[in-house]
Design a protein around this ligand. Structure first.
Ligand code: GLV
Length: 331
C-alpha cells in the first residue's frame, strides 16, 4: 500500500484547537511555538518548502517571502478578516490564492465597537481609575459628565458587514444613523440609516466609528482636518486598523479637547510604546486589538482559516478567497 505524503504547512502561531486539529489531521504542520510573532527570517526558515502558509495579521507576507518559501507554495490563509498584512498583488502574480475569515467576527467586532463607544463616551475607564486611586470623593451633580446615546447621531465611516452590525445595535439605543461608504451600498433591512457625504457626517455625528479596510485611500484618513470637522463633543472609535488614524493628530485633538474622547482597539504600532503621549490622556480608552476575541469567534476563525488552507492544498477553490482572480487566470 502506498503511503500518502501529507502536505507540509507552516502555521505562524498556535491557533485555537478547533482549527489546529483540522490542520494537524490533514497536514504535516510546523507550528511556530513562540508567544511573539516569528520574524521575517524565522518565517522563511520555518516555511521554506511548505505547500501552505497559515499566517496572522502580525506577519507581513510579501513576494520575497513567497519566493523564499518556494514555487510549491499553493495557498496563504490569513487568520483575520483584514488582509493588509499580505501583499495580495504579489500572491496573485504568483497564482497563489489568499484566504481570510469574513462574516464570523462581525458581531464580536460590533459589540466591541459599542463597548468602546460607551467606555469613551461615558468615561468608564477614567471613572474606574478615579475609584481605584481614591480620587473620587463623593457623588456630585457635575462630576464626570459624558455623552448621551439616545437621539444622538452615529456616523459610520464604512457600511459593510461590521458597520451594519453596529447600526443594528445603535438602533436599539435610539440613535440616528448616518453612513458614508464610497462603494455602492444596498440598504440594510431593519435599520433606518441614511447615506451622507463625509463632511456632513463629521459635522453632524456625536459618535464617529471607522469600519473601512486599511489601504492607500484610508491610511491616515483620520487626520487633523478630519478631526477638526468633528463636533467638540464627539467621540471617535476605531476598531478597524491603527494606521487609518494619524495618531499625532489624534493626540493633539484629544489633548486640546478639540474632540471629547476616543476609543481605539487598534493602534500603530501595536502595542503602543510605553512612552506614547497617547497613554497620558484621560479621554482615550485603548484596548489590545481584541474586537474578535470572544470564545466562539476565535474558534470559528481558526476553523475557517484551516478550511481555507486545506482547500488550497487540495487544489480546491478557497471558501473565502480575497483574490479570486487567481482562478480566472488558470483558464
Ligand atoms: C482582526 O483585526 C481581523 O482583521 O480579523
Amino acid at each position: 500500500m502506498r503511503r500518502m505524503v501529507k502536505p507540509k504547512v507552516f502555521v505562524t502561531r498556535t491557533i485555537l484547537d478547533q482549527g489546529l486539529n483540522l490542520i494537524t489531521g490533514y497536514c504535516d504542520a510546523d507550528v511556530w511555538p513562540g508567544e511573539m510573532p516569528p520574524g521575517r527570517g524565522e518565517i522563511l526558515e520555518g516555511a521554506r518548502g511548505a505547500d501552505g502558509l497559515l499566517c496572522l495579521l502580525t506577519d507581513r507576507i510579501d513576494g520575497a517571502i513567497m519566493d523564499g518559501i518556494g514555487p510549491q507554495l499553493k495557498v496563504i490563509s490569513n487568520h483575520a478578516v483584514g488582509f493588509d498584512n499580505i501583499v495580495v498583488s504579489d500572491a496573485t502574480a504568483r497564482g497563489i490564492p489568499v484566504g481570510n475569515t469574513p462574516g464570523i467576527l462581525t458581531d464580536a467586532t460590533a459589540d466591541m465597537t459599542f463597548a468602546l463607544m460607551l467606555a469613551a463616551g461615558r468615561r468608564i475607564v477614567e471613572g474606574e481609575r478615579a475609584v481605584r486611586t481614591g480620587s473620587w470623593k463623593t457623588w456630585s451633580p457635575a462630576f464626570m459628565l459624558g455623552a448621551d446615546f439616545a437621539r444622538a447621531t452615529l456616523g459610520l465611516v464604512g457600511f459593510g458587514r461590521i458597520g451594519r452590525a453596529v447600526a443594528h445595535r445603535a438602533s436599539g439605543f435610539g440613535m440616528r444613523i448616518l453612513y458614508h461608504d464610497p462603494s455602492p451600498v444596498i440598504p440594510e433591512p431593519g435599520v433606518a440609516a441614511e447615506p451622507a457625504e463625509l463632511h456632513v457626517l463629521l459635522r453632524e455625528a456625536d459618535f464617529v466609528s471607522i469600519h473601512t479596510p486599511l489601504d492607500n485611500a484610508t491610511r491616515h484618513m483620520v487626520n487633523a482636518a478630519f478631526l477638526a470637522s468633528m463636533k467638540p463633543t464627539a467621540v471617535l472609535v476605531n476598531t478597524a486598523r491603527g494606521p487609518i488614524v494619524d495618531q499625532a493628530a489624534l493626540y493633539e485633538a484629544l489633548r486640546s479637547k478639540r474632540i471629547f474622547a476616543a476609543g481605539l482597539d487598534v493602534t500603530d504600532p501595536e502595542p503602543l510604546p510605553p512612552g506614547s503621549p497617547l497613554l497620558e490622556l484621560d479621554n482615550l480608552v485603548v484596548c489590545p486589538h481584541i474586537a474578535s476575541a470572544s470564545w466562539a469567534t476565535r474558534a470559528r476563525m481558526s476553523l475557517m482559516a484551516a478550511e481555507n488552507l486545506i482547500a488550497g492544498l487540495k487544489g480546491e477553490r478557497l471558501p473565502n478567497c480575497v483574490n479570486p482572480e487567481v482562478y480566472a487566470k488558470e483558464k
